[in-house]
Design a protein around this ligand. Structure first.
Ligand code: CO
Length: 171
């Protein structure tokens, strides 16, 4: 499995909700964490559409071994504002400041026991959840960034051609 990169229309599709949680979903979650661990630069979250599956599943690991996976996640409360640098495995090596809610409440299904859960999150975890839930709605972090000049790029990486074009057309 490979991570789908910026410009692929799959990333812009609205993901479908999951109504059957079986072994194949749990295996997929394990694979998604593996993909995340093996990527360069390392990611803290991955959404199923990023591996070509338009289904509502996200995985997050903001701290080593502190794994969170959520099915059909929905943000039901947002409080405050916070700005921080954000990146995405579908746009590797490219970073930009994004304003997000500081604290959130998210509702979803825990794939480990198939039970509904409501989680409260803040800081980097809240940011990661908002970023991944955006993926399920076809939104990428660069959509929030107005100018190409506001992006920073790691050495050895480039801004994808389609993203350059997007900013050119916005002018
Ligand atoms: Co992303």
């Amino acid at each position: 499995m490979e991570i789908i990169k910026y410009g692929n229309p799959i990333l812009r599709k609205k993901a479908k909700s999951i109504n059957k949680i079986d072994k194949s979903i749990r295996d997929l979650i394990v694979d998604m964490f593996d993909i995340m661990h093996n990527s360069t630069p390392k990611g803290v979250g991955l959404a199923a559409p990023q591996i070509g599956l338009p289904i509502q599943l996200i995985v997050i690991e903001t701290e080593p071994n502190k794994q969170l996976s959520l099915i059909n996640p929905e943000i039901i409360e947002s409080k405050g504002k916070d700005t921080a640098l954000e990146g995405c495995l579908s746009i590797p090596g490219v970073w930009g400041n994004v304003i997000r809610a500081k604290k959130i409440k998210v509702r979803g299904i825990n794939p480990n026991n198939s039970k509904k859960i409501i989680l409260e999150a803040e800081g980097i975890l809240a940011r990661a959840i908002q970023h991944e839930v955006d993926h399920l709605n076809g939104i990428l972090f660069t959509d929030y960034i107005e100018k190409i000049e506001d992006l920073c790029v790691d050495e050895g990486f480039v801004i994808p051609e389609k993203l350059r074009l997007y900013y050119k057309e916005r002018k």
